[in-house]
Each structure stands twice: as C-alpha cells, then as structure tokens.
Design a binder for this molecule. Structure first.
Ligand code: NDP
Length: 239
C-alpha cells in the first residue's frame, strides 16, 4: 500500500521544510502550505503539491486539503507547524503583534484541524502533530502572548486528543527549545531580537530543524496503537 498524504503547514522554512524532507524521504505524498511559494518549490520534493496559503484563511486551508486529497487520497497526517514568535514586553508591544500570533499560532492551527479531523474521524484513522514549544509549558519575560498561544496549543491538543481517541485518531505535541531557524528574525524590537539571538548563539543556534523533524517522524512511525502524546526536546545546554 502506498504512503498516505501528509499535510505540513509552514513548510517554506525551518522545521516545516525539514519535516517535508523527512516525510518525503519516507515516501509520503505531501501538501505543503505557507505563504512563500518559491521556498516550498525550491525543496524540489516529488509528489508535493505546494500552495501559497495563509493558515489564517480557513476556507483556503480547507480548499487546499480537498484539492490534495482529490489527487493523493485522504490526508492521514497533519503537521500543524506554521507559527510566528514576536517577543516583546507587553507594555511596549503593538497589539497588532498579539493579533498576528493569536491568529497564526492558534486560529491557524485550528484551521488545520478543521480541514482534516472530520475526515480522519470518519475513516477512523489519522495523526495530527501540533508544534508547540518549551514556551508552551513555561513563560518568559517578553513572551506573554507567544507563550500564551503555545499554552493554548497544549490545551487544545489535550481536549482534541481525548475527543478523537475513540475514532483512532492520534494527537501528538512536539515542544522544542531553541531551534536554528528564521523564527527569531521576525522579532521587531532590535534589542529584544538581539538578546534572543545572543541566547541562541550561546547554544550554537540550539537544535537543528532536522533533529525536530526526526522527532516528529519518530512519533508518527510508532504503531498506530501507540500515541506518543508529547515530545519536549532542547539543546542539552539550554536551561
Ligand atoms: P520559521 O520562521 O523558519 O518557520 C515558520 C513557518 O511558518 C514558515 O514556513 C512560514 O512560512 C510559516 N508561516 C508563518 N506565518 C504563516 C501564515 N500566516 N500562513 C502560513 N504559514 C505561515 O520558524 P520555525 O521553523 O522555527 O517555526 C516552526 C514552528 O516551530 C513554529 O510554530 C514555532 O513557534 C515552533 N517553534 C520554533 C522554535 C525555534 O526555536 N525555532 C522553538 C519552539 C517552537 P511563510 O512565511 O512562507 O508563510
């Protein structure tokens, strides 16, 4: 039997791109979603449908999943990875940045769930991997809203896991510490960004995106009777 369709959001860089390579190497057809189409195409993966979709656009996410399912068959894996981290102390932060994090990290993730979960439930098979963070268990100065969105990922995942378990659908949460990606480049305050990047540099960037992708694939590859509910992983030197 051929491998099943894997949907990966935020596949244009970092952890999402590494996860796309890992699942492709394992023979899965892919639906890759992000806004930067050219970066997904540059991955040059076989059987990969790339669509320039903003995950906050619910109908666009649903339409892209339907289109990919028409080509490759039902989506059996969703890696809900798209996210932004705009760290800034709450007193100084433009609330538009709060909205962006809430819209992408929470609503965007739920849009992915909405697009695949009814089909998985009906077929009584499927795996949803939600990418959270160490910041989904701990909060740090400057991360009030980012940590809030990632705590929400854990909370939503626990509830959806319990709801979906009788339908044989697994919900897995991956919680990395520092990973060497573009994530921190979007922090708008130069001083906050520099401090964050100094902490990253002290850990030589932290984990590689490939290490996180390997953890996602490891969890997915367990027999379907096993649900690894959560993997938290960080560079050994991270406190
Ligand atoms: P990157 O910035 O490299 O990747 C983020 C991805 O999300 C990009 O592909 C980006 O694509 C996509 N994305 C952002 N906004 C949207 C949107 N509105 N619609 C669709 N896609 C979007 O960072 P990472 O790989 O590090 O981040 C991936 C996930 O890992 C995030 O959820 C992040 O919170 C989490 N994480 C990262 C850690 C780290 O230290 N790097 C630590 C813990 C968790 P595009 O811009 O093309 O739309």
């Amino acid at each position: 039997m051929g491998k099943s369709l894997t949907v990966i959001t935020g596949a244009s860089s970092g952890i999402g791109a590494a996860t796309a390579r890992a699942f492709s190497g394992s023979g899965h057809p892919l639906l890759l979603l992000a806004r930067r189409m050219e970066r997904m195409q540059q991955l040059e993966l076989p059987n990969a449908m790339c669509r320039a979709v903003d995950v906050t656009d619910r109908s666009a996410v649903t339409a892209a999943v339907k289109e990919a399912e028409d080509t490759y068959g039902p989506a059996d894996v969703l890696v809900n990875n798209a996210g932004v981290m705009l760290n800034n102390p709450a007193a100084a932060q433009d609330p538009d940045e709060w909205d962006r994090m809430i819209d992408i990290n929470i609503r965007g993730l739920l849009n992915g769930v909405h697009a695949v979960l009814p089909g998985m439930t009906e077929r009584q098979h499927g795996t949803i991997v939600n990418v959270s963070s160490i910041a989904g268990r701990k909060s740090f100065p400057g991360s009030a809203v980012y940590s809030g969105t990632k705590h929400a990922v854990h909370a939503a995942s626990e509830a959806i896991r319990a709801e979906a378990a009788p339908s044989n659908v697994r919900v897995i949460v991956i919680s990395p510490g520092f990973v060497d990606t573009e994530l921190s480049s979007h922090i708008t305050d130069p001083e906050v960004r520099a401090n964050y990047q100094a902490a990253e540099a002290a850990l030589e960037g932290g984990l590689s995106a490939t290490t996180v992708a390997d953890a996602i694939l490891y969890a997915y590859r367990q027999p379907h009777t096993v649900c690894i509910r959560e993997i938290a992983l960080a560079a050994t030197g991270q406190t």
